[in-house]
Design a protein around this ligand. Structure first.
Ligand SMILES: [Zn+2]
Length: 482
């Protein structure tokens, strides 16, 4: 097999000695030599239509569209491209406008026009500026693996069908300002070597920027998504942001956006909104039902996505990734001194730890307690509330156990209380309460009682009070620090 191929290649180079000067992407000149009418021998890198254009651009095996020479006649090229588009648009036998692998020289006419059929630009190369402004693609627009060597302008372009830019390379400045994608917009594995500008772009289907690389800046401003359809997703996963500080998301609804495995620590988020969910106010399980006892918190789309994941092991791994994402967003906002907003993401980070079944049960219990008592140090209302609650319960214990004060013993039966004993009981309770409240940091000193368990209650009272005081100080620091 190998020898036959080599022999025919050798024969071809004998017939066409000019061929090696400008090698074709796929040089199979032997096949061309066998054909009666010489047509272009360009073949698509993946399965697709071959070119049937006549030769005549000076290249021995390629038509003017596929000729990679930089000095080909631009006027002649423009005529050939327009003629091909017109012919394929009007011929009902042809399903799409096929411009795969076409090499667009610099200085060409703008390509802005209305395409009624699906258009395929896959593997095309644009040596100069590509101007698609105000174009309308009614069918699918394929731009897979396209190389734009200079600026590419798709401002105010309308994509009626799916838009596939998978694997495309944008070397110059790229603009999709005011563009509208009515169906899926796929920019996965795209390389933006310079800047990508998506200002006022409208996305109405799924959006995918996963695995794309950004060399300089990426700008998403005033982006609108469909409000009625809540089934779409926007993926910014696994992105490589070489200058994350120049990546900006402004005035954008991020409630359906996934940033999994993309480092967003330095990305700018300005005036963006996030998703919310209602969590139980206190303890997770028994109080799940009533909405009154729930609390809204900021939630990432990736966390909500975990709950529908069929693979539990994968969900556990992803939970750690989501926890990391919360941490990055917290750091991001802390760096810009947005402490209160950063707190929302800290809660998310802790929630991921609490829900991760791979963490030890005792650790998860402690995290749960921290949540109930202080919302992970974010709430400055919970610690004083629980401080008062625990003190009032401890006071009841002191009263029934008996307190030794300077003026005698304070003791009252909590169970057999009558109306006439009430003022006496209230006086005793106030004294016990003072003792309970001042237990924090042993302000009140040691407790005196003849009952053995009263000091034990006192130490628990002291310990809890000290923790709650600490949580309170932390929360106040986070919320009111300058
Ligand atoms: Zn061709």
């Amino acid at each position: 097999m190998t020898t036959i191929t080599m022999a025919s290649r050798a024969a071809a180079s004998l017939v066409l000695p000019a061929a090696p000067a400008t090698p074709a992407p796929i040089a199979d000149a032997a096949q061309h030599a066998e054909k009666a009418i010489p047509t272009c021998t360009w073949q698509p890198p993946d399965a697709g239509m071959e070119c049937s254009q006549p030769l005549g651009s000076g290249h021995p095996t390629l038509c003017i569209l596929h000729n990679p020479a930089g000095d080909k006649d631009v006027a002649e090229f423009d005529r050939a491209v327009q003629a091909k588009i017109d012919q394929e648009e009007t011929n009902p036998q042809i399903p799409q406008v096929d411009l795969t692998g076409v090499v667009f020289p610099s200085g060409i006419q703008p390509l802005r026009r209305a395409f009624s059929k699906p258009v395929n630009f896959s593997w095309a190369r644009f040596a100069g500026q590509a101007d698609f402004r105000y174009s309308r693609f009614s069918g699918d627009a394929e731009f897979r693996n396209v190389r734009f060597a200079a600026d590419a302008n798709f401002a105010y372009t309308r994509f009626g069908g799916q838009a596939h830019f998978w694997g495309a390379e944008f070397a110059g400045e790229t603009a999709f300002v005011g563009a509208a994608f009515h169906r899926e917009a796929n920019f996965s594995s795209v390389q933006f070597s310079s800047t990508g500008d998506f200002q006022g772009t409208r996305f109405e289907g799924d959006v995918d920027f996963s695995h794309s690389k950004v060399g300089k800046a990426l700008n998403f401003q005033h982006i609108s998504f469909p409000s009625s359809n809540m089934d779409f997703s926007v993926l910014f996963q696994d992105m490589v942001l070489e200058r994350a500080r120049s990546v900006r998301f402004e005035d954008m609804d991020l409630s359906r956006v996934s940033f999994l495995r993309t480092d967003v620590t330095q990305v700018h988020f300005v005036g963006c909104s996030w998703g919310h969910r209602a969590d139980p106010l206190l303890w997770p399980l028994p109080l799940r039902g009533p909405r009154v006892l729930s609390q809204r918190r900021v939630v990432l789309f990736d966390e909500l996505d975990l709950e529908t994941a069929p693979d539990k092991d994968q969900a556990s791994r992803d939970r750690r990734l989501v926890a990391d994402l919360y941490r990055q967003l917290r750091q991001n906002l802390e760096a810009s001194r947005q402490e209160a907003e950063a707190g929302h993401f800290y809660i998310g980070q802790m929630e991921m730890r609490r829900r991760d079944p791979s963490n030890p049960p005792l650790y998860r219990l402690m995290v749960s307690l921290y949540r109930v008592l202080a919302m992970y140090g974010e709430s400055y209302l919970r610690p004083p509330f629980f401080y008062l609650l625990f003190a009032s319960i401890a006071a009841l214990f002191y009263l029934s156990g008996g307190l030794e004060t300077g003026s005698g013993t304070v003791q009252a039966s909590v169970t057999g209380l009558t109306w006439t004993q009430l003022p006496e009981f209230a006086r005793g309770y106030v004294q016990a309460m003072v003792q309970a409240l001042s237990a924090v940091g042993m302000l009140g000193g040691a407790i005196n009682s003849k009952t053995w368990w009263v000091p034990a209650v006192y130490y628990v009272n002291m310990l809890l009070g000290t923790f709650l005081l600490g949580f309170f100080v932390v929360a106040v620091g986070r919320h009111f620090k300058r």
